[in-house]
Design a binder for this molecule. Structure first.
Ligand code: FE2
Length: 221
């Protein structure tokens, strides 16, 4: 496991204190183990004076709602073309998307567990690929419906992290965000974010499926 990026909050000025949409980091639709971030860690050094609660939503919850909308699920499982390098190419991407084929936004891993790869800021980039094509309206409608599902308050968990607390989530199986916040200018909100890439991340699902996870990984603690 290796950290690929540390992002210190001073990079995000106070103008970013509004409520966030749920999203995955790296924000390019990727298969497990192919994206920029496999495991996301958010570490609270100092909470905001008011608000700033962490929001988390499981892909399983979102996928269950998508199953109630089979037409939409079919489209998001097929996915969308996405020219990542035109907007946010990063050298640490394992498989940068080039817009030449669809990338699923919802899919099931080797064990049949749902994964969601969604971030609202993908929409503009995806629409740029489809603008002027016969699929434009279908894609626009699907993305709007997906946004609605991913914004459903019923799927969102709220966690108030305080100093010294952290969460680590699977960046393919959990979406995250935070609520709006108000800062104490003398002691502004301070969270550290860490993106981790895990070698053979997807292969671990395969091992689990075949019951070959290995006793060496088990702990008696
Ligand atoms: Fe994020």
């Amino acid at each position: 496991m290796r950290p690929v990026q540390k992002c210190w909050p001073p990079l995000i000025p106070s103008a970013g204190a509004t409520d966030q949409f749920l999203h995955v980091d790296g924000s390019i639709p990727s298969a497990r183990g192919e994206g920029m971030c496999d495991i996301l860690a958010m570490i609270c050094v100092r909470p905001a004076a008011e608000g700033g609660a962490s929001k988390l939503a499981s892909a399983a919850e979102i996928y269950a709602r998508l199953q109630e909308k089979p037409a939409l699920l079919k489209i998001v499982e097929r996915g969308f073309k996405y020219d990542a390098q035109s907007v946010e190419y990063h050298p640490d991407w394992r498989q940068p998307a080039r817009g030449d084929r669809e990338r699923p936004m919802a899919y099931q891993d080797a064990n049949g567990r749902p994964c969601i790869q969604y971030a609202k800021n993908m929409v503009e980039t995806i629409m740029a690929v489809y603008r002027g094509t016969p699929d434009e309206e279908e894609v626009r409608t699907a993305l709007a419906e997906l946004e609605e599902v991913c914004s459903d308050t019923a799927v969102v968990q709220h966690w108030d992290l305080t100093t010294g607390e952290a969460y680590l989530v699977d960046n393919y199986r959990w979406l995250h965000a935070r609520t709006a916040f108000v800062d104490d200018t003398q002691a502004p909100r301070l969270f550290f974010r860490l993106w981790l890439q895990v070698p053979d991340f997807n292969a671990r699902d395969e091992q689990e499926k075949t019951g070959d996870a290995g006793s060496k990984n088990r702990s008696s603690c």
